[in-house]
Ligand binder design. Sequence first.
Ligand SMILES: Cc1cc2nc3c(=O)[nH]c(=O)nc-3n(C[C@H](O)[C@H](O)[C@H](O)COP(=O)(O)O)c2cc1C
Ligand SMILES: *[C@@H]1O[C@H](CO)[C@@H](O)[C@H](O)[C@H]1NC(C)=O
Ligand SMILES: *[C@@H]1O[C@H](CO)[C@@H](O)[C@H](O)[C@H]1NC(C)=O
Ligand SMILES: *[C@@H]1O[C@H](CO)[C@@H](O)[C@H](O)[C@H]1NC(C)=O
Ligand SMILES: *[C@@H]1O[C@H](CO)[C@@H](O)[C@H](O)[C@H]1NC(C)=O
Length: 437
Amino acid sequence: MQPRNTLLRCAIYSTVIISVSAQSPQELINSVLNPALVSEHYSSYSSEIYFNHTLYNQTPVASTNYDKLEASAKLLLTPAGYNYAAGGAGLETTVAANREAFDHWHILPRVMRSVLPSRDISTVLFNRTLPAPIVMAPVGVQTLFHSSGERATSKVFGELGLPYTLITASSTGFAGVAASNGAGNPRWYQLYWPDDDDLTRSYLQTAKANGYVVLVVTVDTWDLGWRTRDLDRGFFPFLWGVGVQIGLEDPVAHQKLGFDALAANATAEQKQNAALYHTITTLRGVSPVWENLWRLREVWGDARILLKGVQSAEDAKEALKWGLDGVILSNHGGRQIDGAIGSLDALPAIVQAVKGKLVIGFDSGIRSGIDFFKALALGADFVQLGRPILWGLAHEGEKGIRHVLKSLLAEFEITVGLAGCASLKDVNETLLVENRR
Ligand SMILES: Cc1cc2nc3c(=O)[nH]c(=O)nc-3n(C[C@H](O)[C@H](O)[C@H](O)COP(=O)(O)O)c2cc1C
Ligand SMILES: *[C@@H]1O[C@H](CO)[C@@H](O)[C@H](O)[C@H]1NC(C)=O
Ligand SMILES: *[C@@H]1O[C@H](CO)[C@@H](O)[C@H](O)[C@H]1NC(C)=O
Ligand SMILES: *[C@@H]1O[C@H](CO)[C@@H](O)[C@H](O)[C@H]1NC(C)=O
Ligand SMILES: *[C@@H]1O[C@H](CO)[C@@H](O)[C@H](O)[C@H]1NC(C)=O
């Protein structure tokens, strides 16, 4: 019902007039010409792009459209590097299913709600306020995509105050990434769980000592999927010593091997052996089991532990039973089991099983701010970015990552507003319609 009461109407009109007249024409113009001065809203990134072009004839380093971004990254990368990131398991039907799952949901926006001037997309995760519910997915061997690798990605995520996840298969070690990520920024560590408890303990202790506060245990890749693009090239970067830095730097690994492969006098053979040792201990094909989780707790203490690679609601319930803090719904970007369920299609059941009891992260298929919206509306607490960031990294390192991340955040913030939401509290399934044919 519209208020017919004159007093009420005046009150409504005057609120609008006040909020507009609060800015002088010059302030209003400045807010668009130089958004950084007056506004921290992500959506101002579009003004920046339009004005940089109008005033300086400058355009961003890459496209704001995911498909075009991937296409230009492909031209910048080696065929092996591009295919390593783009590829999935088998016939890559799971890679496709991850995208199709997003098409099963459409946004039904609401209008005429008061959402200006600000749309609040901040969230609280593990007792820390984050500017947005966006986390860097653990992605290995980033120097394949640009020489600056993990140093660039961790720097940009740190700059924006968003969690950065260091991987066990990293080309930069714990301390190196901590330094580039910056003091005080939220840092997570992803474990490929070694079969050797001494190594596990050592990795976790080094992670803690370097300020990594959340442990992400990836449980879907204890053996490598059948990755046809890499198999056809025989491409496995770890064997030539790329993506094994954590193993090379580890003091317990030095003890066990009897040498330090990073020492100035280390031989080529020692370096090769150390690389093999790290690869085999972390990806050797021994499945982790619930009953051993206490071994991680023993070292990690009460700090948060998430299981990544959960797809079944039954496993999410097990995770709750075994005292984990959260699960990350992921099929590893379709890289492990060809024919697995599209990741977003698995979300509603997991939300129904554990929402509010476990933190629920989501990845696999996120390509745009629209996808953030859909996953969060369906009940995810945060979403992770994988391939889009790698394609950004391929475009001049940190410059490309910054562009991709700011573009995604802008599109998301704009969508939250245009759907009629003032904050993430308003983003829920009532704004989605299911569309299955
Ligand atoms: C090149 C590449 C390397 C990856 N390496 C790891 C890894 O070391 N550990 C891990 O848990 N997940 C790894 N992942 C999976 C990502 O964390 C994430 O689940 C996946 O990228 C999501 O799919 P999307 O990028 O298509 O959205 C990797 C993914 C890619 C593309
Ligand atoms: C706009 O130009 C400024 C100044 O050169 C630069 O710092 C900024 O990164 C540019 N933004 C975009 C989106 O290109
Ligand atoms: C949450 O953080 C605040 C301050 O940052 C701290 O005082 C409090 O103990 C924390 N609570 C938990 C449950 O960790
Ligand atoms: C390298 O030097 C260390 C002592 O500094 C020594 O213990 C080790 O045997 C040397 N390694 C080789 C391969 O010569
Ligand atoms: C969903 O969000 C809308 C605002 O967008 C709110 O009015 C509604 O109460 C919410 N519904 C549920 C079930 O939380």
